[in-house]
Design a protein. Structure first.
Length: 398
C-alpha cells in the first residue's frame, strides 16, 4: 500500500544534531542547533520560570481544553509585550491574537489563513532564511519567492537591492521579515532602515509577516519590538508570529503566538474568528500549561522584572562570546576582517565558511556547524570558544 512513498531525507539541522549525538569524541562542539546554552553548556532553567512553575504547582486543579484561540491572560500578555499595554491598537481592540504551538505553529496558522483569504498572494522570503520557512508556506499551498538580503562580501545587508525587489512585487504579496536576530545570518535592519522600508511596504500594498522568535537577544526586549510597533504606527495591517522557546527557555512547552494587526476592531473580530476556525481544523486548541506558564511570568510584576534581567544576561553572554571569537580569529588571521561577528545580532552568525570548510571543521576538529556556514553563537562558552576560533582559523587558512 505504501510502496510509492519516498524516504524523508531528514531536516538538515535536526539530522546534523543527531550526528553530533552519535559522535564519540569527548571534545566535540555543537554550534548547529538553535538552542541557547549557558556557559556550562546546559539549557538554562530560568529563575523566573521556576517561580512561575511553583505558583502553578500550588494551584493544581482541573485541566480543561483551552479555547481555540488560547488562554485569555496569555493573549493579553503577548499584546502588552509586543506593543505595550497602552498602545492604541491594543486598547482599541484592532489586534487579533491567538496562542499557537510555538511560533512555528503561528507561521502555519498564518500560512493557512493567507492561502484561504488571499488566494492569489505569493510569499517572498529573504535570501537566505530559516530553512523551515519555505517548507511551512509551500506546505500551505503558497508560492515562495525570495528577495536579496545577505551580502557575503561584507557580511552585512543588501538593503537597497532588497527594497528595489520589494518595489517590483505585485500588491498583496506577503513579505516575510525577521523582526530581529535574523536566522540564519544574524544581520538585522537598523531602525533607520525599518523606517525606510515601511513606506515601501505601504506604497506597494504589501502584506508584512514578521517572525519574532528571539525577542530580547538582539538589542533588548523593548528595542527588538521596534519593527512591530513601527509598522503598526504607520497604519499597516500585518502578521507577527512570536515565540517564548528561547527567551524563556521553554522549548518543549511549544509556546508561541500569532497576532494580526487590523484596521479596526470589527475586522479584527472577523480575523480572530477565522484564525480560530483554522486552529480548529488543525490542532484544535493549544497547550494549557504553556499558556499558563508564560502568562504567569509576564503577568506577575516581580517575575516580569526578573525575567527581563535574565534575558539581558543571556544577551550579554552571547555578545561576550562574539567578542572572544572575533578577537582570537583576528589575532590568528590578522589579514582578514572579522568585524561582522560584532555587528551581527542574536544567536546566529554567518561565518563565511564554505560547505567544504564546514565539513572539514566537523570531520577534523569535531566542531559542528550547518553546511551553509551558520553558527549558533549561543553554543560557545568559556571552555570551547578559543578552540572553536583556532579550528575556524585553521580551516580558513587552508
Amino acid at each position: 500500500m505504501f510502496a510509492h512513498i519516498t524516504p524523508y531525507p531528514g531536516d538538515p539541522i535536526l539530522s546534523l544534531n543527531e550526528d553530533f549525538q552519535k559522535d564519540p569524541r569527548t571534545d566535540k562542539i555543537n554550534l548547529s542547533i538553535g538552542i541557547y546554552f549557558d556557559d556550562a553548556g546546559r539549557i538554562p532553567v530560568m529563575g523566573s520560570v521556576q517561580r512561575a512553575e511553583a505558583i502553578l504547582a500550588a494551584q493544581v486543579g482541573p485541566k480543561p481544553y483551552l479555547p481555540m484561540e488560547g488562554l485569555p491572560a496569555f493573549r493579553s500578555a503577548v499584546q502588552a509585550l509586543l506593543w505595550g499595554e497602552s498602545h492604541t491598537a491594543v486598547t482599541g481592540g484592532s489586534i487579533a491574537t491567538i496562542q499557537s504551538v510555538g511560533s512555528s505553529g503561528g507561521l502555519k496558522v498564518g500560512a493557512d489563513f493567507i492561502h484561504t483569504w488571499f488566494p492569489g498572494s505569493a510569499i517572498c522570503v529573504s535570501e537566505p532564511t530559516w530553512d523551515n520557512h519555505k517548507a511551512v508556506f509551500e506546505g500551505a499551498g503558497l508560492s515562495v519567492q525570495t528577495y536579496p538580503y545577505y551580502d557575503p562580501a561584507t557580511g552585512g545587508l543588501r538593503f537597497e537591492a532588497m527594497c528595489e525587489t520589494l518595489r517590483a512585487l505585485p500588491g498583496r504579496t506577503v513579505v516575510l521579515l525577521h523582526a530581529c536576530c535574523h536566522n540564519p545570518t544574524g544581520v538585522d535592519l537598523t531602525t533607520a532602515q525599518w523606517d525606510a522600508l515601511v513606506p515601501v511596504l505601504k506604497e506597494r500594498g504589501l502584506i508584512a509577516f514578521l517572525d519574532l522568535a528571539y525577542q530580547g537577544f538582539g538589542d533588548g526586549i523593548e528595542a527588538d519590538a521596534y519593527a512591530v510597533r513601527a509598522l503598526t504606527d504607520a497604519g499597516l495591517s500585518f502578521f507577527v508570529a512570536n515565540s517564548f522557546s528561547k527567551n524563556m527557555s521553554v522549548y518543549g512547552e511549544r509556546c508561541g503566538a500569532l497576532s494580526v494587526v487590523c484596521p479596526d476592531a470589527a475586522q479584527a473580530a472577523c480575523v480572530l474568528g477565522q484564525l480560530k476556525f483554522t486552529v480548529r481544523r488543525n490542532y484544535s486548541n493549544p497547550p494549557l500549561h504553556a499558556g499558563q506558564l508564560v502568562a504567569t511570568v509576564l503577568g506577575t510584576p516581580e517575575l516580569r522584572t526578573q525575567w527581563a534581567a535574565e534575558v539581558d544576561a543571556m544577551r550579554a553572554r552571547i555578545l561576550a562570546m562574539r567578542q572572544r571569537l572575533h578577537d582570537v580569529l583576528q589575532a590568528k588571521l590578522p589579514g582578514r576582517d572579522f568585524g561582522y561577528f560584532l555587528t551581527q545580532r542574536g544567536m546566529f552568525s554567518y561565518t563565511g565558511l564554505t560547505p567544504a570548510q564546514v565539513d572539514r571543521l566537523r570531520e577534523e576538529f569535531g566542531v559542528y556547524l550547518v553546511r551553509s556556514g551558520r553558527m549558533c553563537v549561543a553554543g560557545l562558552n568559556e571552555r570551547n570558544v578559543e578552540r572553536t576560533a583556532a579550528a575556524m582559523a585553521a580551516v580558513l587558512a587552508g
